[in-house]
Design a protein around this ligand. Structure first.
Ligand code: KG4
Ligand code: ZN
Length: 317
């Protein structure tokens, strides 16, 4: 089996899959509660928590898979992009696991991992397709020609869609991370109550900083009681604006086969708006290690001994 670790942000995750892409175990320990009081992920706090969680999470994943380290044939790990201190914890742990059994190590790009969430069973999606990857850190349109990679054809010029959800949630007093909270609250609101336009940028790129500012102005005009009364309308209107921009980007690409992955792919309005697309399974939208194991099947492994000095990278390459 393939065993994978993912520690790029605030989820400590380990998973085991078969070479064919059946998930044997996928454990995700979220640190969200730990960071909530700061309104966002504090990198140093995240690294320290990964250190505490990584060994128990590995143990739990092996237990769920009914397996031991002796069953592992290759180890995959997220190398970047992400928080470097957080990535290094997963990378060091994965090196140790691989080294102790003289196994190869597969360094996986986190974005490739999100796309590879589509290659897992029971319903794998085959390239070619155009993929919308919308998460807390990225908003990308990708041309996916085969399972080993992708070409970026569009990106955000400022905030990522998930970041826009999180910042909006903060303005609405919904806590961190806020995407799921906005999604829930929006169900009770009127999406047409407020016009919160999203800036159109040329080509296939996105921009979300403007819509956040329009929400800020709308919220600033309300006193506490009014905000309480209009919160669901604001959430629904804000969500509508972000979803429209994402769907618009997908339509402009002219793609006929579309897939959607990343944390924001869990959004119910986006899923309904792109119902014809291949949607990542809900459990695999947010960061997890099963998607890293999946990508690890299509990336060249670094043989035993050669990965000692393998480093993490913070920004997309
Ligand atoms: O992929 P992910 O777990 O981490 C990154 O790689 O960034 O994405 C996390 C992002 C957060 O911004 C979170 O608010 C957003 O995904 N998110 C959602 C929903 N669930 C998570 N955004 C909108 N609606 C949701 N239901
Ligand atoms: Zn992610």
């Amino acid at each position: 089996m393939i065993f994978a670790l993912e520690t790029s942000c605030d989820e400590t995750a380990a998973a085991a899959i078969t070479p064919e892409g059946h998930i044997l175990a996928s454990v995700v320990a979220s640190q969200a509660d730990l960071h909530a009081r700061y309104g966002g992920v504090v990198p140093e706090v995240a690294s320290r928590r990964h250190l505490e969680l990584v060994v128990p999470v590995v143990g739990e994943a092996l237990e769920h898979a009914g397996a031991s380290l002796a069953d592992v044939e290759r180890v995959a790990v997220t190398r970047g992009p992400g928080l470097v201190g957080a990535l290094l914890v997963g990378l060091a742990a994965a090196k140790a696991l691989a080294w102790s059994r003289r196994l190869p190590l597969v360094p996986v790009d986190h974005l490739h991992g999100h796309v590879a969430s589509l290659y897992l069973r029971p319903d794998p999606v085959d390239p070619p397709f155009t993929c919308l990857l919308a998460s807390g850190g990225h908003t990308l349109l990708l041309d996916v020609h085969d399972r080993s990679g992708f070409t970026v054809i569009g990106t955000t010029l400022d905030d990522a869609a998930g970041e826009a959800f999180d910042k909006g949630a903060r303005l609405l007093g919904l806590g961190y991370p806020g995407g799921a909270a906005i999604d829930r609250l929006a169900r009770d609101g009127d999406p047409e109550a407020y016009a919160l336009p999203v800036s159109r940028v040329p080509g296939l790129d996105f921009s979300f900083s403007g819509v956040k500012t329009s929400l800020l102005y709308a919220v600033r005009d309300l006193d506490a009681a009014e905000l309480e009364r209009r919160r669901a309308d604001l959430a629904a209107s804000y969500q509508r604006a972000i979803v429209r921009a994402l769907v618009d980007g997908v339509r402009r690409s002219g793609a006929d086969r579309v897939a959607v992955v990343g944390g924001v792919a869990a959004n119910s309005e986006l899923r309904a708006a792109l119902a014809d697309a291949a949607l990542a399974p809900l459990a695999l939208c947010g960061d997890n290690a099963a998607m890293i194991a999946s990508a690890g099947r299509y990336v060249e492994a670094v043989p035993h001994r050669r990965y000692g000095a393998l480093d993490a990278y913070a920004a997309a390459i």
